[in-house]
Design a protein around this ligand. Structure first.
Ligand SMILES: Nc1ncnc2c1ncn2[C@@H]1O[C@H](COP(=O)(O)OP(=O)(O)O)[C@@H](O)[C@H]1O
Ligand SMILES: [Mg+2]
Ligand SMILES: [Zn+2]
Length: 369
């Protein structure tokens, strides 16, 4: 089973980086004041679908409903028939609708017929509608009617990455929860837990590489780890170099090294560095894009030191230190000049049969000018 499924959060306390949401849901569970319609929105791979299933378990868990003491912890028991059937994906009273697959026309029609009937064993007839922004206008209308006057045994949990595409009429009838990108340190922490339960050994820097490349998506981070492991032998210690090769990304450490060489006008270092990228079959277009994005952050920190606190979520402490030092070594004009040269190199690289050349030309031009 893929890591991202094997390590899916099963209870609220497994959900990381979404503390406010967890607290509100837990309190509602403790007070038994669940709403009948929820809307989970925000970044991909941040826990929306997982939270929807946990909420479905909380609402229906047999143990929680019967046992006062159990209810006080505000979590599903994960061992009753109801919880087990939701985890295994074959609960009769839970419909999981993926609106992305056929834009939901038939499903919403089914839902309309289905929702009136009392649940067969659950407390609530529960509907999770994922990627809900993909519904057609007529499916929205049908859904709106149902959500406006839901039977008391109905529970709706909608999830989407694109809240602005959800009609205001639906939004205003749901309790809304924002799921944000996960901070880098929490992604690293979970990756380490996964690696140790799977007995995988990795160089420490691989965790930083994956967490950075995931851009705040826990699922992406876990999927990349999966990918690297499938390219490695059992008992092999996975190196940064190997990980970079498999996922096609270069560590921030190396980007920092090249940028420093450029600002210090060290042409040998800069060209030797690109030579190694060549020998390692690096995707230079991707590398240049990542470098531009990195230098963009260096520039914004240089222009506004308050950015530092925003960057705490996307860089590790060590990386942030290096980024700050880089911001100090050259003038703002130089930073801008380098960025502009790399951006125009990017345009040429995309159409060039020798994509390394425009990149190298840009580096030499920057240093010489
Ligand atoms: N907040 C989180 N805490 C722990 N793991 C998470 C979190 N968000 C995502 N994951 C991991 O990523 C996988 C996919 O998450 P999912 O809930 O489907 O994200 P979304 O629906 O927001 O795209 C999960 O199975 C889990 O392994
Ligand atoms: Mg999802
Ligand atoms: Zn249960």
């Amino acid at each position: 089973m893929a890591f991202y499924r094997k390590y899916r959060p099963k209870k609220l306390s497994d959900l990381i980086g979404q503390d406010i949401n967890v607290e509100i849901i837990r309190n509602a569970a403790i007070l038994n004041r669940l709403s009948h319609a929820y809307l989970f929105y925000g970044e991909r791979g941040s826990g929306k679908t997982s939270a929807a299933r946990i909420l479905a378990k909380i609402a229906n868990c047999e143990k929680r409903l019967k046992d006062e003491i159990f209810r006080k912890i505000g979590e599903p028991c994960n061992s009753c028939q109801t919880c087990l059937s939701i985890d295994s994906g074959n609960a009769i009273d839970l419909s999981e609708i993926d609106a992305a697959s056929n834009r939901g026309i038939d499903e919403i029609r089914n839902l309309q017929e289905n929702v009136r009937l009392a649940p067969s064993s659950f407390r609530y007839k529960t509907f999770i509608i994922d990627e809900v922004h993909m519904l057609t206008p007529s499916a929205w209308n049908a859904l709106l009617k149902t959500i406006e006057e839901p039977p008391i045994h109905a529970l709706f949990i909608l999830a989407t990455t694109e809240i602005e595409k959800v009609p205001a009429t639906i939004r205003s009838r749901t309790q809304k929860f924002l799921f944000s990108k996960l901070p880098k340190n929490l992604i690293i922490k979970k990756l380490k837990t996964v690696a140790s339960s799977e007995n995988i050994s990795l160089e420490e820097t691989v965790f930083e590489l994956l967490a950075g490349a995931s851009e705040g998506s826990m699922r992406d981070a876990e999927t990349m780890l999966d990918q690297i492991v499938s390219f490695s032998d059992k008992n092999e210690i996975i190196t940064l170099k190997k990980a970079e090769n498999v996922i096609g990304k270069v560590s921030l450490e190396k980007m920092n090294f090249l940028a420093r060489a450029l600002f210090e006008k060290n042409i040998e270092q800069a060209l030797e560095f690109t030579e190694t990228l060549k020998n390692e079959n690096c995707d230079i277009i991707q590398f240049n894009k990542d470098l531009i994005s990195y230098l963009g952050k260096v520039l914004s920190l240089k222009a506004n030191s308050k950015m530092e606190s925003a960057f705490k979520n996307i860089f590790s402490e060590n990386e942030l230190e290096k980024l700050k030092r880089l911001a100090e070594i050259s003038s703002i004009e130089n930073h801008i000049r380098l960025l502009k040269m790399l951006i125009s190199a990017h345009r040429e690289m995309r159409y060039s049969p020798f994509s390394f050349i425009p990149f190298e030309v840009a580096l030499v031009e920057f240093i010489k000018s």
